[in-house]
Design a protein around this ligand. Structure first.
Ligand code: GLP
Length: 233
């Protein structure tokens, strides 16, 4: 793992942008994208830049089950707000939160990933070291699946909703099996409340109880963190 430590999240945005710019220079065409507060500064720098995605494909990591794409808490809405409305891609894929048949939706999504192998996957990390919605204990072989969110993830995500009861209890998520197939991975983490997860991911044993620790086995991972998130290394 290559670890880059910046002063704060704003400075990290520039480094995140550079990872995208380099990947494009090296021919990357398919980008795995993430939501949450973490990737926002990277998206801001990308938006300010002259990077062009009009011939590229994006495939998002996850989406809540039962939420419509125009709900302002959907990940589709987030992506439009922060990136797609300003930097359009040729094709942008997200799981459909309103799919009638969840099993068929996971099959559809896995086919999209198989047909468009991901060149660069951007990831955040949960406080319990989940990636996507692969919570501790999830098999590392899984492809896209419907995940039950843990109480800690529901609580962490409640800040985006009016009431904690409004936070969906399930989400479609790429599995760790799908994530590990990406050619390159950029994982970002900022703030002190991510410091434990970051230390376990980088320095702890590889175990499914710390989902992000599996990234130690991938041969091209950049971990981009600020000083606060690096404080327990
Ligand atoms: C959610 C998402 C993850 C994200 C995590 C951290 O659970 N499914 O993909 O990495 O939250 O979110 P944040 O970046 O807001 O801290």
């Amino acid at each position: 793992m290559k670890v880059i430590i910046t002063k704060d999240q704003k400075a990290a945005g520039v480094e995140g942008y550079k990872v995208f710019a380099d990947a494009i220079k090296n021919g990357a065409k398919v980008f795995g994208l993430a939501t949450g507060s973490t990737p926002v500064t990277t998206y801001e720098e990308i938006v300010k830049s002259d990077l062009d995605f009009s011939n590229s494909t994006s495939i998002n990591l996850d989406e809540y089950v039962g939420i419509s794409p125009d709900n302002d808490q959907s990940y589709k809405y987030f992506m439009n707000e922060h990136l797609f409305s300003k930097k359009p891609f040729k094709n942008s894929y997200l799981p459909n939160g309103l799919a009638e048949d969840p099993e068929a939706e996971t099959v559809r999504y896995n086919k999209i990933i198989a047909d468009n192998p991901i060149d660069l996957q951007l990831l955040g990390i949960g406080r319990n070291a989940h990636i996507g919605f692969n919570e501790p204990g999830t098999s590392t072989e899984l492809e896209t699946h419907v995940a039950d969110l843990t109480e800690s993830t529901i609580e962490a995500n409640a800040r985006f909703f009016e009431h904690v009861e409004d936070v969906p209890k399930q989400a479609y998520s790429m599995g760790i099996g799908s994530i590990m197939k990406s050619k390159k991975i950029l994982l970002e983490a900022f703030g002190e409340d991510k410091a434990d997860a970051v230390a376990k991911m980088i320095e702890g044993p590889v175990t499914k109880d710390v989902p992000a620790s599996i990234l130690q086995k991938h041969d091209d991972v950049v971990v981009l963190i600020d000083e606060a998130a690096a404080s327990k290394l």
